[in-house]
Design a protein around this ligand. Structure first.
Ligand code: NAP
Length: 379
């Protein structure tokens, strides 16, 4: 059985390579100025990180560094508010530049995480400049001309995209990535007919400011003060609530419908039945999901465990004797998605149903890592 080593106390934004706001965490450059930088190479692609000061932007840097992603240059882009801020990444000092329409000249790969509006406006402009955009927002996910890619699941969807020819590739929603990392290997064996997903989503999914607010509210509530409610407009500490995404006319919120629609697109299966309930819980980092599956073909739990044991990017934490199963803390700052509570669904006849519980760091595999893995497929 694979297992993750225990994470320490949850830090605010995890193991990002640099930090900007002193109110969040102090700068913690991973490399000293004397580190030999193996990633900076003359013939490698030039990169831009759009939204570099945000939760996902920070994680991009951490992942690029961890994976020795080769680059010849890297542009750090954010809003006017951050322009001029300086920081050290891999021993080199960078100045954050204001993102504009002219930011993409000579950029081979742009990792976007500055919100859907920015992606919609500047993604196509970047692609026109010859840049391959890997976009973390929902702006292009359901565009039929834009591949929606989880490298372990459907790398073939981006086979026509080549470095040097501008294009947009969409990163799926974090809940979808975490879910499909675990479910796709089972689907390939037994074909999922119906999937019921209930999520327990962390503050980090709503960005750096939401993480800050959860800390602030927790302190305020413990001190008997009124909690500050700027991001979610309600008490988050010591509470949970339906996901803050807008609620649609069918009663589902947008986050839930992303799970439905994106699964169909990624699996290229319009018949797959998916329903979801998405809940925001006061966890700092990493999402959890309870997933109920109904299969076309029988799949017993031992076979499912064996399949998941060999699935790329997945680890099993499923120790019934000591009641030890995946937790958000344990997967925080980790690449792998953890699966446990693997059991036959007693409400279904025979071996046609399974329940599983999944945890994944949604800033990492749910966003930055997945995007960098997409970029690696371009090399
Ligand atoms: N957090 C997650 O787990 C997650 C997962 C998947 C996808 N995403 C998506 O990734 C995107 C960013 O999320 P986040 O959580 O990183 O948010 P965040 O922490 O709030 O960061 C937002 C980033 O966007 C930049 N930005 C905002 N307005 C801008 C503008 N007008 N021009 C240029 N840059 C601008 C910000 O720069 P300043 O600091 O200068 O304001 C900051 O770098 C969103 O589309 C989100 O849906 C997030």
């Amino acid at each position: 059985m694979n297992s993750l080593s225990l994470a320490g106390p949850q830090n605010l934004h995890g193991a990002a390579a640099v930090k900007f706001s002193p109110s969040r965490t102090q700068p913690t450059p991973k490399f000293s100025p004397f580190t030999v930088n193996m990633s900076l190479q003359k013939d490698a692609p030039s990169i831009a990180v759009v939204g570099v000061t945000g939760a996902v932007g920070q994680e991009f840097l951490s992942v690029l560094s961890d994976r020795n992603f080769p680059y010849s240059s890297i542009k750090m882009l954010a809003s006017k508010r951050s322009a001029g801020k300086k920081f050290t990444f891999e021993g080199v000092e960078y100045v954050v530049e204001e993102l504009t329409e002219d930011s993409f000249s000579g950029v081979d790969i742009a990792l976007f995480s500055a919100g859907g509006g920015i992606s919609k406006k500047l993604g196509p402009i970047a692609a026109k400049c010859g840049t391959v955009v890997v976009d973390n927002s929902s702006a292009f996910r359901m565009d039929e001309n834009v591949p929606l890619v989880i490298p372990e699941v459907n790398p073939e969807a981006m086979r026509d995209i080549k470095l040097g020819k501008g294009a947009i590739i969409a990163n799926p929603n974090c809940s979808t990535i975490i879910c499909l990392m675990a479910v796709t290997p089972l689907h390939k064996r037994a074909k999922v007919l119906r999937m019921v997903v209930s999520t327990y989503q962390a503050a980090s999914g709503a960005g750096a400011a939401a993480m800050d607010e959860l800390v602030q509210q927790t302190r305020e509530v413990l001190e008997g003060k009124q909690p500050t409610c700027n991001i979610f407009k309600r008490q988050y500490a010591f509470n949970l609530f339906s996901h803050n995404a807008p609620v649609l006319s069918n009663g589902y919120n947008e986050e839930e419908m992303k799970l439905v629609k994106e699964t169909r697109k990624i699996w290229n299966d319009t018949d797959i039945k998916v329903t979801a309930t998405c809940i925001r819980v006061p966890v700092m980092r990493a999402h959890a999901e309870s997933i109920n599956l109904q299969f076309e073909n029988p799949l017993d739990e031992d076979t499912a465990r064996e399949i998941l044991k060999n699935a790329p990017g997945v680890v099993i934490i499923d120790d019934r004797a000591s009641n030890n199963f995946p937790t958000p803390l344990e997967v925080s700052n980790k690449d792998a998605v953890a699966v446990g509570r693997i059991r036959r669904d007693v409400s279904q006849e025979g071996n046609y149903g399974l329940d599983i519980f999944v945890c994944g760091d949604q800033i990492r595999k749910g966003a930055a890592l997945n995007a960098v893995q997409i970029a690696e497929l371009l090399l």
